[in-house]
Unconditional design. Structure first.
Length: 300
């Protein structure tokens, strides 16, 4: 019997038949020797399910479980199902077009294993790659969160892939919000840091593939991501305010400024797409926030 805690690698798939073999191979090739791989397919209309089934048949030694939704759940609900289905003491998401270093789970788990009741999330940085998975750069988004700040308030370091989460702490949160279309990971990390500290390993262990269908790199979805990030931040703000754990360096006015910026950027994007009416609508939606910002700045 393996004495190491079980780690669940979670793959929430939707129409990624082109890349999912590489993803599965990187999961199966992990040096950490107590892993289950959970694939939840969100009613894909490509060959994803067929490809995963064939891979499982060819690799009977790998602990891979495949689930298929009868209809499309959406990102937040599908990832929630991934966690609910998993049996691991720890879990990590691996997007179905990305890959991880063979030592990724082992390296991050080495921190968790020093004290399994200390950190809610142990995370690394990642490579930004092209559609062929050739490395372009190391992402400057993930990083160590400065002292006396948090994932919510930090402008220098953020929690991102690759991240191994401790399920005992996850179970103390409300879990992934099933309503989220994007930014569900942001919502998750905000909740996780509220119940226990997080730890950053300054080493790229994850290969993030940029291609035309990426949720966060498709321009329209990129701006939707800004909106859902704002929703996650606002929810965290009110949660922490009610629990009296809110960091002093974040105010409601700052969150209003973030939403104002989102509306202005989204209006600009629609104008660039020659969708002038939608651009005008988002400009109008920004007006109440611009008024709040003006009034507040005068009252300082």
């Amino acid at each position: 019997m393996n004495s190491k805690p079980l780690v669940s690698l979670l793959i929430a798939n939707y129409n990624n038949s082109e890349f999912i073999i590489e993803t599965l191979q990187s999961a199966v090739s992990q040096t950490y020797d107590n892993i289950e791989i959970i694939v939840v397919d969100d009613a894909s209309i490509d060959r994803s399910v067929e490809i995963v089934k064939h891979y499982i048949q060819k690799h009977p030694q790998a602990k891979i479980e495949l689930y298929k939704n009868v209809s499309t759940y959406g990102c937040g609900r599908n990832k929630r199902k991934c966690i609910d289905t998993s049996k691991g003491n720890f879990f990590a998401f691996l997007d179905p077009e990305d890959t991880i270093e063979p030592t990724a789970v082992e390296e991050l788990m080495s921190i968790h294993l020093q004290d399994s009741s200390k950190y809610s999330v142990v995370y690394s940085t990642h490579y930004l790659c092209n559609d062929k998975l050739d490395i372009q750069s190391v992402s400057n988004w993930p990083g160590k969160i400065p002292e006396k700040q948090s994932h919510l308030t930090s402008t220098e370091g953020h929690i991102s892939a690759f991240a191994v989460c401790n399920k005992q702490f996850y179970n103390r949160t409300s879990g992934i919000n099933q309503e989220y279309i994007v930014a569900e990971d942001m919502d998750l990390y905000l909740k996780m840091e509220e119940v226990a500290p997080v730890f950053f390993m300054d080493k790229p262990l994850y290969y993030y593939r940029k291609h035309n269908h990426n949720l966060s790199w498709n321009y329209n979805k990129r701006y939707l991501n800004l909106y859902w990030r704002y929703k996650a931040e606002m929810a965290a703000y009110h949660r922490r305010k009610s629990q009296k754990t809110l960091a002093e360096n974040l105010t409601l006015i700052e969150l209003h400024h973030r939403k104002f910026s989102f509306y202005m950027q989204y209006a600009k994007w629609h104008r660039l797409q020659k969708q002038y009416m939608k651009g005008l609508i988002y400009n109008l939606m920004a007006i109440p926030f611009s008024y709040i910002l003006i009034v507040k700045s005068k009252n300082k």
